[in-house]
Design a protein around this ligand. Structure first.
Ligand code: SAH
Length: 547
């Protein structure tokens, strides 16, 4: 990518022909500037051209690297969810397509100056000092987006000499247009300019004008005027190009600290850590025809819920980088510090963004028991220093992963934790070697057993005789050293000597190897094959199902 990388402008769509024409005019204006190599624009719903055509056109002209810019004023559902999801689908259609995702347009001085120009035009010479402004935003179920409108209202007031600027909303949020006009009237306003905080024409800006006229009719003494929309103009083109440059530099400075998807806001606790979910807008067409919402955060640089001072205990899966959960990866992307286990997938650690402090827990000095105390203390210390801490484990943190010891240690220290389950090698290693741990008519139970202590060890909690009598599947972890003794004790207590056994070493890794043999042959195994940890043993009739 370079600073002339083509620009894809993504609109949300409108049922207003005038709005579509303004969008097209802006795309054209930016194209005529000639400062980037190519420019195209499309909509994710309602209007033509659809996004897929715009991407197709750019791809058809040979472009594989793009800047994709959501043409929205504030980060809400469209910018955080719908547009990244639509772009992700385009990536699926065009192999090799890469794009940098830009941030929403506002707040920005170019927008505030443009709003002031539109207000001045409505004033037509009347003085600012005697004028109150009602700045009307779209309104959102996302509190952050509503707060942005309040911020813009304040910035519009600062230094411009209006009597005052109050925010209001045309949809989904309070105060409504009549409510904010009534508030200004009670404050003593005689002249009010209603300024829609909208880029282009549409159903909602029309509704703002209609509500304002109704209020004016009901209050004959009051001078209520409606300013023009921001519209297609040079200032908007300048701002779009600034966002383009910013995306290319990777310099996207979004403030996500008040985002409901990331932190707990009163009344919005259900959103923390969740993907953006589909919600019905009262303004959407009733039938929703042709809309395919696949909301997720896509390439949006929007970090999930891992707050400074919290520790996330994350299961990284059995090894391949893509067997971590989506939630686990998201928390990893948000981390300031990652404390990685010996068996944590190495590729995940390599792919952390620069600047993340990585601690290799396998290198923590002193004996094993002390090492756990040291790790606990380290997690707590980083959390108390206000960092976002991820404790990355192999497999699942609660399957022989000591995850709960760390959770309890953090809790005792007053540090909040988040637990993200993982794909355990107990199930995944056999599966990756072609063996299911259960199978209808073959095995209706599976027992996951630690082979860390040999049978007969005073600290052992395993009833080996019971496992020998059972008919189902036994999965042994950490058993390389003791496998001969374990096999012998199982035969001794009644497991058939010809019970098939599978051994899987380095499951999911390039060095994955597996062997199957009989239970009574296992004792001699170590002499014949290269059995080194990590390895999983599977004992039971399911091993015979291997394709
Ligand atoms: N929490 C982990 C298990 C930790 S105990 C999980 O849920 O997977 C460590 C043991 O896990 C190893 O001794 C080995 O038995 C098993 N193991 C982990 N990763 C493995 C892999 N990639 N291949 C085979 N065995 C693995």
């Amino acid at each position: 990518m370079n600073d002339r990388t083509p620009l894809l402008i993504v609109g949300h769509g409108t049922r207003s022909a005038a709005g579509v024409a303004q969008f097209a005019a802006l795309v054209d204006r930016i194209r005529r500037r000639g400062t980037v190599d190519d420019v195209d624009g499309g909509f994710i719903e309602l209007s033509r051209p659809p996004l897929t055509d715009a991407v197709g056109a750019l791809a058809g002209r040979g472009h594989r690297h793009l800047v994709a810019l959501p043409l929205v004023l504030a980060a809400a559902g469209h910018g955080k969810g719908d547009i990244p999801a639509a772009l992700a689908r385009e990536k699926g259609r065009h192999p090799g397509l890469r794009y940098a995702y830009g941030r929403p347009l506002g707040p920005h001085p170019l927008l505030h100056d443009t709003l002031a120009e539109r207000i001045d035009a409505a004033l037509a010479g009347a003085d600012r000092a005697g004028t109150w402004i009602a700045l009307i935003g779209r309104g959102s179920t996302d509190p952050d987006a509503n707060a942005e409108v309040a911020k813009v209202a304040r910035l519009l007031w600062e230094g411009r000499g209006y009597a005052g600027v109050e925010p209001g909303f045309i949809s989904l949020a309070e105060p409504s247009v009549p409510a904010v006009l009534e508030r200004l009237r009670r404050l003593g306003a005689r002249r009010i300019v209603v300024a829609p905080y909208f880029l282009f024409a549409g159903v909602l800006p029309d509704r703002i004008a209609a509500r304002s006229r109704e209020f004016a009719v009901d209050h004959p003494g009051l001078d209520v005027r409606v300013a023009d929309l921001i519209g297609d103009c040079d200032a908007l083109a300048d701002l779009v190009l600034e966002r383009h440059a910013e995306a290319l530099r990777g310099d996207i400075r979004m403030n996500c600290d008040t985002c409901a998807y990331r932190v707990t806001l009163p009344g919005f606790v259900d959103k923390v850590g969740r993907p953006q979910t589909p919600h019905h807008h009262p303004d959407d067409p009733a039938d929703g025809s042709g809309h395919h919402h696949h909301h997720h955060h896509g390439d949006h640089r929007h970090e999930p819920a891992l707050r400074p001072g919290q520790v996330a205990v994350v299961g990284g899966g059995p090894g391949p980088d893509d067997l971590i959960t989506v939630r686990g990866q998201a928390l990893l992307d948000a981390a300031d510090v990652v404390v990685a286990d010996r068996l944590a997938p190495a590729g995940l650690v390599r792919r952390l963004r620069p600047g993340v402090l990585v601690v290799d827990a396998a290198k923590v000095p002193r004996g094993p028991a002390m090492a756990q105390d040291t790790i606990n203390a380290m997690l707590i210390a980083h959390a108390r220093a206000g960092r976002r801490v991820v404790r990355l484990k192999g497999g699942d943190p609660y399957v022989f992963g000591r995850g709960h010891e760390e959770v309890l240690a953090c809790a005792a220290a007053g540090v909040e934790t988040v637990l993200v389950p993982g794909v355990s090698s107990a199930v995944a290693a056999p599966a990756l070697a072609g063996v299911p741990v259960t199978h209808r008519g073959v095995a209706h139970d599976v027992t996951v057993v630690s082979g860390h202590l040999p049978p007969g060890h005073p600290d052992s909690l395993v009833d080996w005789a019971a496992l020998a009598r059972a008919r189902g599947t036994v999965v042994l972890l950490m058993a390389v050293e003791n496998i001969a003794k374990i096999a012998a004790v199982l035969v001794e207590h009644g497991r058939a000597p010809d019970t098939p056994v599978l051994m899987v070493r380095d499951a999911g890794q390039p060095g994955q190897r597996s062997w199957s043999l009989r239970l009574d042959e296992v004792g001699g195994l170590a002499a014949r094959v290269d059995v080194t940890p990590p390895a999983v043993f599977v004992v039971g009739p399911v091993v015979g199902l291997r394709g």
